[in-house]
Design a protein. Structure first.
Length: 292
């Protein structure tokens, strides 16, 4: 029963990692850049949802919508301030500028929201699931997170393959110069990718907030793990990063329940190193083919 609870918990946690890793996939696929402040985007979604729902009392529905809209605006800001000025000149300084912008956001939230952890209540995280009178030690929300994660991955796939906007993004990925000549607004496409990326992170933060305390530092370690998941799955593959998230989350939960939390980070990140040593392009990634 304990292993079953760990499995379900790992699925929920892994899906959250996968959602954040999807954000890395979107921006990398469209622009070749990523937002290394993705963990801060996750924290922003959770903090804003708490503020709108609990502090201002606007109700959970409007709070979620407004929080995700703010996350999208933050993504546009990241692209405009921390990525575009450097990427347009062929500089890799966006690596550090996105990190710096995330640190700025973390500290702004710390000084406005406060350092004290808060609890975001949810009816799906009140009573653990019971089977034949035995408690599994997991909440319904932990079963809902994987469903939402894969639904969003499927929606992303459909948008990319079946809509004009998605086709335009794929054209930008394949040949930016040709896409520009065909009238596709490159800058808008890249900005939209960053907005979608931060929305995915915000959704992950809102989903995980009732299970963890909401605070200004909550996104740091989650963001690092999500990037590890993106590389592990193959950052060029949307389904790959989602499945890698599940693998990482389950491994983390199993190590915790069998060996203790003190070994969790050691073993899971060691496994990431071993896998990447064997498959440098990730579990589901492909080596880039260069024409000469």
């Amino acid at each position: 029963m304990q292993l079953l609870a760990a499995l379900i918990s790992g699925l929920g946690l892994g899906s959250m990692y996968g959602l954040m890793a999807l954000g890395f996939h979107v921006t990398h696929s469209v622009s070749g850049t990523v937002n290394f402040a993705q963990g801060s985007s996750m924290m922003l979604g959770a903090v804003l949802c708490f503020t709108f729902a609990q502090t201002l009392g606007w109700g959970m529905g409007p709070a979620i919508v407004l929080a995700l809209l703010c996350c999208a605006l933050y993504g546009l800001l990241v692209e405009f301030l921390a990525v575009r000025p450097f990427a347009s000149r062929g500089s890799n300084a966006w690596l550090m500028s996105t990190v710096a912008l995330g640190i700025v956001l973390d500290n702004v939230v710390m000084h406005t929201f406060g350092k004290e952890p808060r609890s975001l209540p949810s009816p799906l995280a009140v009573s653990p699931i019971e089977v034949s009178g035995l408690g599994l030690g997991v909440y319904p929300l932990q079963l809902l997170i994987p469903l939402i994660g894969f639904a969003l991955a499927a929606a992303l796939h459909v948008v990319a393959r079946r809509t004009r906007w998605g086709t335009a993004l794929l054209a930008v990925v394949q040949n930016r110069d040709a896409a520009r000549l065909m009238g596709i607004p490159i800058k808008r496409a890249v900005a939209a990718a960053f907005a979608v990326s931060t929305v995915f992170a915000g959704i992950a933060g809102i989903l995980i907030a009732p299970l963890f305390n909401v605070n200004a530092d909550m996104g740091t370690l989650f963001g690092l793990k999500a990037f590890a998941v993106a590389i592990l799955g193959g950052i060029s593959s949307a389904w790959g990063v989602m499945f890698a998230g599940l693998i990482f989350g389950i491994a983390e939960a199993m190590v915790t329940v069998t060996l203790g939390s003190g070994y969790t980070q050691i073993i899971t990140f060691a496994l990431v190193i071993v896998v990447l040593a064997v498959r440098p392009n990730g579990l589901f990634g492909r080596a880039e083919v260069k024409k000469v």
